[in-house]
Design a protein around this ligand. Sequence first.
Ligand code: ADP
Ligand code: MG
Length: 352
Amino acid sequence: MFENKDNATNSIENYGEFGLIDHLTKNFTIKQKSTIKGIGDDAAVIACDSKKQLVVTTDLLLEHVHFDLSYMPLKHLGYKAVVVNLSDVYAMNAEPTQITVSIAVSNRFPVEALEELYAGIMAASKFYNVDVVGGDTTSSTTGLLISITALGMVDKKKAVLRSGAGINDLLVVTGDLGAAYMGLQVLEREKQVFLVNPKSQPDLEPYSYLVERQLKPEARKDIKQLLKDLDVTPTSMIDISDGLSSEIIHICKNSKVGCNLYEDKIPLDPQVITTCEEFNLDSTTIALNGGEDYELLFTIKMEDFDKVKGNPHLSIIGHITKEDEGIHLITRANTKIPLIARGWNALKKEEE
Ligand code: ADP
Ligand code: MG
C-alpha cells in the first residue's frame, strides 16, 4: 500500500512540515461566517459574541519524537505539554481559558506514572489559570502520546495575526533564544555518558538555565499586559516554537513583506554563549534554528520605538522591509545573507 516506498509516488520529505500542511489544506474553504481566521496562524479565531472572540489551537507530542522519558520527568512533560499550547494562545494576544487533554498510553506505564503526568498538567493549569474541561484516553502500542487543545478569549478585533506586519515596522522578541536547544544538547550528552557509565552523576549546575528552559519552559503570559501598559499594539505576532528564523519567515510570508534581522541584536543568555563554545556550535545558528524557546516574536510601528527601547523583557532585533527586498540576516561583519528556515526538515535529516 502507500506506506510501501516502492509504490509511493511522492515522499513527504519533499514537502517539509509547512509545505505538507499547505499541500494538504489548500483546498479547504471557509464555509462558516463565524470562522474569522482558519488554518495558518498560531490559533484559529472564531466569532463568539458581540464583545469576544474565541481562539483555538492544538498540539501533538509523541514519545521518541518530541520527548525522551529517560531525562524528561513525567511531571515536567505534563507541564510542558500545556505550556506549548498556551504559548500559541498568547501569540494571538488572547487569554487562555480552557484545555482538553488526550493521551494514548501503553501498559508499560503504571498508574503512578500517569498520575505524575497529570500532576504536571494540574500545576500548569493552576499557574496559567485554565480549566481542564475534557479529553480522550486510549491505548498505544508504541509509546506515550499527548495531544492538548487550548481555548482562549480575546476582545473582538484585538487578535494579533501573523499577517499584519507593515513596512518599516520594528521586529521585537521577548526574553532570550537558544537556551532550550542547548539544554537538550546537554541532556543528550549526559544520557550518553550515563549509558556508558550508569554510576556517573551529572553535574548540571553550570547548565541550570539551559536545562530548565528545556524541561520546564514557560509561556509569556506577562507580555499582553506589558504591551498594554506600554501602550503598544503589535501589528503581527507569533510564538517561537520552531526557531527564530522559521518564525520570521512565517510573519514575512503571511504579511507579504521582507525583513532585515541584525545578528548582534539577537538576545542570548551567557550560558548559551559559553555552552555553544564548549559544544563548538555557533550561537547565532542555535538561536535561529534551535526552537522550543516559547518566546513571542512581534512587530510594532516605528513610532513606538521609544516605548520599548531599553525594556529588559524586549529586544528590537530588526525591521520590516518591502517584500522584494527579501528576508536577510545582517551579520556582525555587516554581510547580508538570506534567512532560511530549517525546522523540521533539517532536524529530520539530523536524526537519520
Ligand atoms: P504552530 O507552530 O504555531 O503550532 P503549526 O506550524 O503547527 O503552528 O501550524 C500552522 C497552521 O497549520 C495552524 O493553523 C495549524 O492549526 C494548521 N495545521 C497544522 N497541521 C494541520 C493539519 N494536519 N490539518 C489542518 N491544519 C493543520
Ligand atoms: Mg505558534
